[in-house]
Design a protein around this ligand. Structure first.
Ligand code: APR
Ligand code: PHB
Length: 390
């Protein structure tokens, strides 16, 4: 097979780029390791920056998001038994976020690709990349006993942290930066009314908690847990009791509990691979960077990668201008690192660090007090949360 762009990975990054390119007449084939059902079974992020929402609309995939997603113009930080509100709209001169599950967004993208007759190939096995630094790169994958070859102009590695793309770059050509946090997040999805109309990030002596949602009938809650914890260690009752212990009394008393329809523990890490280009392969999304979920940056960092790649490829094919491709890695990393900083900062602000000294803990408390005492500090938090410009 031959195509202009071979995209590896059918998560939000790969699908969004595939749709945007296709709408602009740029031929692409997307290879996904798993079935659509498997991909859609993952429970992931839920907060979209206005820039991501705009990109979904540009991809003609924003209709359900605009209909069913919720515009949030603020969120709360609970600490020391009280709740302080972060007025995103007021602090950023009108910017907000959209609360809409990544699962739904990915479903919308799959449906759009199907409607467009897009080449999305599922259950591909053993994807391999060849001639990456030549002008004739190609990828192969196994379909049963058959090896299929796809010749292309460019390869997009949108295959996530555990994908094959980043690992196809020689070790001496890539530098990886990483911080692993000494705790994880235990997340629960329940068909219950959210405890509050806005998200509540809670800092408590017992550890971090987050009250989020997917809709007014589907709640998403998290508590910080030790890396030694296993999901089977946590019954639903134990989860709800611990969550209540970490929330202000007035919130805990309003909490509607119910059976978990999904329950899982995710580790927290910060990770960046540089550069995000090797020869004629470009990395995008989780394939190149991972953030702790505290700042809701994961999916949104992928959005700017896709935005830059989309415009760079358009310029290449429509204008013969390769400036965007040449500048992609540098430009994408500049924004990726700002997302890393914000996610790292918010994680340090709100979590209990077992190894912290009394001095560290005093600094952490002071950081929080400074935040709510300073309009400038609040504006900085808000402009990062709604999304820095692409
Ligand atoms: N071959 C083909 N597909 C692969 C391979 C491979 N070797 N390895 C992984 N994949 C697929 C995975 O099955 C997954 O569907 O690539 C896709 C990568 O999707 P994501 O991991 O969701 O990454 P991305 O699309 O960049 O989206 C980032 O997802 O993990 C969350 O928090 C993250 O919200 C962020 C978003
Ligand atoms: C979620 O709803 O899953 C969510 C929301 C905000 C975050 C992290 C996760 O910061």
């Amino acid at each position: 097979m031959k195509t202009q762009i071979a995209i590896i990975g059918g998560g939000p990054s790969g699908l969004l780029l595939s749709q945007l390119l296709d709408l602009n007449g740029i031929d692409n084939i997307l290879l996904e390791k798993h079935s659509r059902e498997y991909v859609l079974g993952r429970i992931r992020a839920g907060v979209l920056e206005h820039g991501f929402a705009a990109l979904m609309r540009e991809a003609q995939c924003g209709e359900r998001m605009d209909k069913e997603g919720e515009i949030h113009d603020g969120f709360e930080i609970a600490h020391d038994g009280i709740r302080d509100r972060v007025d995103l709209e007021g602090l950023t001169g009108g910017n907000t976020v959209v609360v809409y599950g990544q699962t739904e967004l990915t479903r919308d993208l799959y449906e759009a690709r199907e409607k467009a007759g897009g080449a999305v190939i599922h259950n591909v096995e053993d994807v391999q990349l060849f001639e990456i630094t030549s002008d004739n790169p190609y990828v192969t994958y196994r379909d049963g006993d058959e090896i299929i070859r796809i010749d292309c102009d460019y390869i997009i590695g949108a295959d996530g942290f555990h994908g094959v793309s980043r690992k196809s770059i020689p070790k001496d050509k890539i530098k990886e930066f990483e911080r692993v946090y000494p705790f994880g997040w235990l997340g629960v999805l329940s068909r219950t009314k959210p405890v509050s109309p806005e998200l509540i990030y809670a800092k408590s002596d017992r550890g971090f908690a987050l009250c989020s949602m997917r809709s007014q009938v589907l709640s998403r809650y998290y508590i910080q847990v030790s890396l030694d914890d296993k999901v089977e260690d946590w019954s639903d009752d134990a989860f709800w009791a611990e969550l209540k212990n970490r929330l202000p009394a007035d919130v805990a008393s309003q909490l509607i509990t119910g059976p978990s329809i999904e329950k899982s523990i995710a580790p927290l890490r910060s990770f960046v691979a540089e550069p995000m280009r090797y020869g004629n392969m470009f990395l995008a999304g989780d394939a190149a960077h991972i953030v702790p979920p505290t700042g809701a940056r994961g999916l949104n960092s992928a959005a700017s990668d896709i935005y830059y790649l989309y415009h760079a490829l358009l310029d290449h094919y429509k204008k013969g201008d390769d400036t965007g491709l040449e500048q992609y890695s540098q430009k994408a990393l500049a924004r990726v690192w700002k997302g890393q900083r914000f996610s790292w900062w918010m994680t340090n602000l709100l979590h209990k660090f077992p190894a912290n000294s009394d001095f560290d803990n005093h600094l952490q408390q002071t950081d929080l007090e400074y935040l709510f005492s300073s309009e400038s500090a609040m504006k900085s938090l808000a402009e990062n949360y709604v999304g820095l410009p692409f």
